[in-house]
Design a protein around this ligand. Structure first.
Ligand code: SF4
Ligand code: SF4
Length: 85
């Protein structure tokens, strides 16, 4: 059964996500879904178990408190810096 909760997300997915879909398949609560450009964690459903983290081949799933710093160093962010856009 899926429990809807109104808490802050404990895990988030950076733009390093390659949309492989493994995390969506492995999450026991069905808390991960595909969004237009990448997969995202549904904070109302996620219970913070952390199981998805180990399955991501590009380490795109990160604790929410690390998200801002990790997002600044994704491949996309580095490419923008190199290209100056
Ligand atoms: S932390 Fe657990 S519940 Fe939340 S998205 Fe990952 S596997 Fe699913
Ligand atoms: S496992 Fe990682 S790369 Fe694959 S969809 Fe999930 S977050 Fe994206």
């Amino acid at each position: 059964m899926t429990v809807e909760r109104a808490s802050a997300s404990l895990f988030m997915i950076t733009s390093d996500c390659t949309r492989c879909g493994v995390c969506e398949f492995m999450c026991p609560l069905g808390a991960i879904k595909e969004a237009p450009n990448q997969f995202v964690v549904r904070r109302q459903v996620c219970d913070g178990c952390g199981e998805c983290v180990a399955y991501c081949p590009v380490r795109a799933i990160v604790p929410a408190h690390e998200f801002a710093s990790r997002q600044r160093h994704t491949r996309k962010a580095e490419l923008k810096r190199v290209l100056g856009v």
